[in-house]
Design a protein. Structure first.
Length: 135
């Protein structure tokens, strides 16, 4: 980080401000690249549907398992350790209203995909868990 004295001429201050802006852009570009799924996550879900189980081997040789989801028009594997951070669609809760854990139900997603599964209790609420998900 560069400190700019208050008495610095404005042209030099402008140059330093531009440099700080470029550094900031560079950092945000690096952050967004780090958050993108690896190509293997897309390949693992080729010819699969949303909620299908899949896996791939990462660069370290570790097997990554998860569920395929559509993101920005492409199917991509969402690792199991990241799935707990996602919120189930509202329909997954509403189809289980008036049911008990273990009941089978289904709903149609916005893209026309039919999700079938069993109602299970999660965080005190019944939610439909797709039968396509790996247990």
């Amino acid at each position: 980080m560069v400190l700019i004295p208050d008495n610095m001429p404005s042209q030099q201050g402008d140059q330093h401000a531009q440099q700080r802006g470029q550094d900031s852009q560079s950092n945000s570009t690096n952050n967004s690249q780090q958050q993108r799924p690896p190509q293997e996550a897309f390949i693992a879900c080729e010819n699969k549907s949303a909620s299908d189980s899949a896996q791939f081997e990462d660069r370290d040789g570790k097997t990554i398992t998860g569920t395929c989801e559509e993101k920005r028009g492409k199917m991509v594997l969402i690792p199991e350790n990241m799935q707990s951070h996602r919120k189930a669609p509202e329909e997954a809760f509403t189809v289980c209203v008036g049911r008990v854990a273990g009941d089978t139900s289904s709903f149609e997603k916005k893209d026309g995909t039919i999700v079938t599964g069993k109602c299970e209790e999660k965080d005190g609420k019944l939610v439909l868990i797709s039968s396509n998900r790996k247990q």
